[in-house]
Design a binder for this molecule. Sequence first.
Ligand SMILES: *[C@@H]1O[C@H](CO)[C@@H](O)[C@H](O)[C@H]1NC(C)=O
Ligand SMILES: *[C@@H]1O[C@H](CO)[C@@H](O)[C@H](O)[C@H]1NC(C)=O
Length: 337
Amino acid sequence: MKSALSLLALYVAQASAGTVIWNGFFNSSFTSSTFDQWSWSNQIAPWQWYIHGSAATSQYLGVSPNFKNPADTSEAQGLRTTIDGTAFWNGQTMERTEVIPQTSANLGTGHLYYHFSLKTSSTNAPNPGFEHQIAFFESHFTELKFGLISGASGTSDSTLRWDIGGVSQWTTTLQPNTWYNFAYDIDFSASTVGLWTSTGSDDLKQVIPNKSASTSTNSADWHIGVLRLPNGGTNAAAEDWFWSGIFIEQAPITTSIAGPKAGSAAPGSSTPVGSTTAVPTSSHSSTVVPVTTTSTASGPAQTQWGQCGGNGYTGPTTCASGFKCVAVSPPYYYQCQ
Ligand SMILES: *[C@@H]1O[C@H](CO)[C@@H](O)[C@H](O)[C@H]1NC(C)=O
Ligand SMILES: *[C@@H]1O[C@H](CO)[C@@H](O)[C@H](O)[C@H]1NC(C)=O
């Protein structure tokens, strides 16, 4: 009787909402210097921090209660990522400020939802004349983009778009001071991607159903932040992007912007959503597979997805064995694939 009841509790917990397998929530103790505690020799969860320019971390990242979606009750603070004319990383010609999940969980198997909310402000607004790649994977199988796409005609474009393999599936005109909530609906088994979105405090709604995509991740290449293609120029004007509610869960989806921990007593831990004590977290540990973290930093030969050419680029131009240098955004950006 007792085991039948706990099975029922397990079923109810799993049917009502997904299981969080990684979260990047910011508690009240988190500051921009917390990111600096991460290094290649000290790979502490939950965030990798190495893709940035040469200035102090606080110039590129900020953490504050003012930076989160007020409807998000799962965390105390949100994140600011800033791109400016100093944000060139590792000899590259692109400006980049990106944090990446640090976890031993397998973020590339089964049916997962990648959640985040994004906002800009009329202060330090993004430049619509430049292409921005946002919340992307190294292979770019799905991502957001903003601004004038490299090579497109015109001088400015205020479209925020969601792409599969570089083809826009959903677009909106980016409005400052509006929270856009997203979940990438990624089925790594079926090789499909869909999109759920909403604004403000509204629940997420499916806007694009499952579509075929080359879904893959090494669990260390979901880039939270912004890559700006300055298209040969340099622009010192700072742009701020604000982030909130960043977590990855197994299906089914949590649609509330309050997030998976609304009402939960255990902030900071990855607990099954909607459960109290019925579901031990260890019941999911068999699905958690450690992955090897690879650096995209330059070496004698560039690694997969690393830059291998482009105007002004000074890093390695040969690719590691098995990969070739592909013109992704010529003449500015070539990548090992
Ligand atoms: C706040 O979050 C950081 C990073 O996730 C963690 O190391 C720290 O223990 C947390 N602090 C509290 C008081 O929960
Ligand atoms: C999307 O899901 C539906 C329902 O499960 C399925 O019938 C359809 O084949 C899927 N589409 C793709 C592209 O996998």
